[in-house]
Design a protein around this ligand. Structure first.
Ligand code: PHE
Length: 339
């Protein structure tokens, strides 16, 4: 029995030594220590050993088991370590490989133009305000000298929510709100979305405008033109040319439409400017004294000018965008080209 145990120990340690992978090592463990293992069977057979030998054989069997267990766990740790090193070798990270690059976001072209225009206005002393996109019929029309049933309402196809509430058709209600918010003299500019029931390749039911309003003593058309010229130069460069056409708005008198050098062709003439070399810059004029009076401002003391450029057209021209809808679809394929 003693001899048998010593043999088991020798063979066991030897087999463990020879093994070179975790799976075979586990098989060796089962052969010796498993339920039907060699050593297990011996320990189970202890009751057949004569009583006087039982103690000695028992402790020898236990020691054999312990030695085999110890050897097994040492070998297990070694093999695991080797496997880890081998895996690390296989999965080496190549730190010289060029990176895939970080994708950077960018501002929407409308936002970029908006920011540029706002910065310019702030530099020129304007206060930037924002007023609601859902307006009263009074602020959108009546306070701007467009009473109910006035034919000028036909100029703007309105989207009504109730009889007296609508989506603002222009940013001009900001004029009305500003006249109630500030005491003259003041200069405000209000950027924002406006809504009209209009839909083709150059018109969208949603588009963007600015409203600029300057109220002070002795403001004249000449002051207006000087400021407009300054803005055109800052936006389009000092070679920009301008021309003025008479226009009609119920809230300005006189009203003018100002064109500036076409930014698509640089003034040479193209399909966009229909060969004229000019494209529409914006409409505006001297604030109709009736508007001031309706807002409680003394029109004998104060006068002013207002103008409201649409910005979508300018963004389309400067970025060569053929259809206004691209500005609102949020299609990444389009936006990525606009960076
Ligand atoms: N609100 C006008 C429009 O949408 C533009 C405008 C603004 C005209 C300010 C005069 C003064 O067409």
């Amino acid at each position: 029995m003693k001899q048998k145990l010593e043999e088991i120990l020798k063979n066991g340690l030897c087999e463990i030594e020879k093994v070179s992978d975790l799976k075979s090592l586990d098989e060796v463990r089962v052969t010796y220590l498993g339920k039907a293992g060699v050593l297990t069977q011996i320990l189970r057979g202890m009751r057949d050993v004569p009583a006087e030998e039982r103690r000695e054989i028992g402790s020898l069997a236990n020691s054999v088991r312990e030695q085999i267990e110890k050897k097994l766990s040492e070998k297990w740790a070694n093999l695991e370590n080797e496997k880890l090193l081998a895996d690390m070798e296989k999965e080496k990270v190549d730190i010289t490989e060029p990176s895939k690059g970080v994708k950077r976001g960018a501002l929407h072209p409308l936002t970029r133009f908006n920011n540029k225009f706002m910065e310019m206005c702030v530099e020129m002393g304007f206060t930037v305000i924002q007023t609601p996109e859902i307006e009263t019929d009074y602020n959108n029309f009546e306070a701007l000298n467009v009473p109910k049933n006035h034919p000028a309402r036909d100029m703007q196809d309105s989207l009504y929510i109730t009889e007296n509430i609508l989506l603002r058709t222009h940013t001009s209600p900001a004029q009305v709100r500003a006249m109630h918010m500030f005491k003259p003299p003041f200069k405000i500019v209000c950027p924002g979305r406006v809504y009209r029931n209009d839909d083709d390749s150059s018109h969208s039911p949603i588009f963007n405008q600015f409203e600029a309003l300057v109220i002070d003593e002795n403001v004249s058309l000449k002051d207006f033109m000087t400021m407009v010229k300054e803005m055109a130069v800052r936006l389009y460069g000092k070679d920009v040319k301008m021309r003025v056409r008479p226009a009609y708005f119920p809230f300005t008198e006189p009203s003018i439409e100002i064109d500036a050098t076409c930014q698509m062709c640089g003034g040479k003439g193209c399909s966009l400017c229909k060969g004229t070399g000019f494209s529409e810059f914006f409409g505006g004029g001297i604030v109709n004294p009736r508007i001031l009076e309706m807002a409680g401002i003394d029109s004998n003391k104060y006068s002013g000018f207002a103008f409201g450029p649409g910005i979508d057209r300018s963004v389309m021209v400067t970025n060569k965008i053929p259809n206004i809808k691209y500005l609102f679809r949020n299609d990444l394929r389009f936006l990525k080209q606009m960076r």
